[in-house]
Design a protein around this ligand. Structure first.
Ligand code: CUA
Length: 338
């Protein structure tokens, strides 16, 4: 090969690689990092991206160079020389990808093993997925159930995941790893949140009509704030009457606001019926207000508001009775005001 050709190939390769690297580095493709595990996941991502950029640069260089260097003259109608296999080349282009893919595989396996290794003093949360809501219960707080996930910062957290119906998948982009919930199985996900803040929980497995609405929030709190919250939940879970539990807190802790409007709670959801108009809906259904609200929470398909679909709202039948009673009272009060 002539020296000039080598220089041209190298030049094209550097330009192509430079453009690809700029696109990879200058555009913020990834969400902010909020867990230790996410840092390792990103390492695998960048390792793979670097390999891809190098291969892209080589292919682009050969391709662009060939288009110009070997183009046929305008009056050249002849066929090119007949070329058959090239054993050396075939071994090279089989061996290099095999090595690269094996390297990515080994790196990923090491990262996954490290991500699964629990730290000291593990905090456990049971996660239940169902069409189409997430709920979280805390064994350290008398199994109190919430619709929003609260976690202490810088602590090893083990999520024990289960599904009541079909396959869902738990994903917080800022935490990095995804994990499926599978009916009949317990799967788990280990995370160590490193940044205080609130993050979207997304169901990332198509699970039915309401899949897109199956979202919640993960709130990472300081140790002190978390302990205080956990203690208050412990107390609420131990409460035996609706009077000792705040209905507003139950509404806030559960995913109600994601789908419903309720002025008193600042909720503006439009997926489900407007809760400010509960007295009107109960009248339409020819049911007394209190039992109408209670049934609609624990068995939403018993009566479906005209204009809405059944099976969108999950039954909240596992709400402890004091929480359910408080929520019903809260909804009666708030809707009468609304
Ligand atoms: Cu649950 Cu998608």
């Amino acid at each position: 090969m002539r020296r000039g050709s080598l220089v041209s190939l190298l030049g094209i390769g550097l330009v192509a690689g430079g453009i690809a690297a700029a696109v990879a580095l200058l555009i913020p493709w990834l969400p902010p990092v909020a867990s230790k595990e996410r840092v390792r996941i990103d390492d695998v991502f960048w390792f793979t991206v670097v390999i891809c950029i190098v291969i892209f640069a080589i292919v682009a260089a050969v391709l662009i160079y060939s288009v110009f260097a070997f183009r046929a003259a305008p009056d050249d109608d002849s066929d090119g020389p007949p070329t058959h296999g090239n054993t050396t080349l075939e071994i090279v282009w089989t061996l290099i990808p095999t090595l690269l893919v094996t390297a990515i595989g080994i790196f990923s396996a090491v990262v996954l093993a490290k991500n699964d290794a629990l730290g000291k003093n593990v905090f456990k949360v049971n996660v239940t997925a169902q069409q189409f809501a997430w709920s979280f219960s805390y064994p350290e707080a008398g199994n109190v159930t919430t619709g929003v996930l609260r976690l202490p910062v810088n602590r090893s957290v083990l999520l024990d995941l289960k599904s009541l119906d079909v396959i869902h998948s738990f994903w917080v982009p800022e935490f990095g790893q995804k994990e499926d919930t599978v009916p009949g199985l317990h799967t788990s996900l280990h995370i160590t949140p490193t940044k205080i803040g609130s993050y979207d929980i997304i169901c990332t497995e198509l699970c039915g009509l309401g899949h897109a609405t199956m979202r919640s929030t993960a709130i990472v709190m300081s140790d002190a704030a978390f302990d205080k919250w956990l203690a208050s939940q412990k107390k609420a879970a131990g409460g035996t009457s609706a009077a000792s539990v705040s209905g507003a807190a139950v509404f806030k802790n559960n995913p109600c606001a994601g789908c419903h409007t309720l002025t008193a709670a600042g909720a503006t959801g439009k997926v489900g019926p407007d809760l400010d108009k509960l007295p009107q809906w109960a009248q339409q259904a020819h049911q007394p207000l209190e039992s109408f609200i209670r049934t609609s929470i624990v068995n939403p398909n018993a009566y479906v508001q005209p204009g809405f679909h059944p099976n969108i709202m999950p039954p909240f039948s596992s709400l402890p009775k004091p929480q359910l009673d408080a929520l019903v009272q809260y909804l009666i009060q708030s809707s009468k005001k609304g």
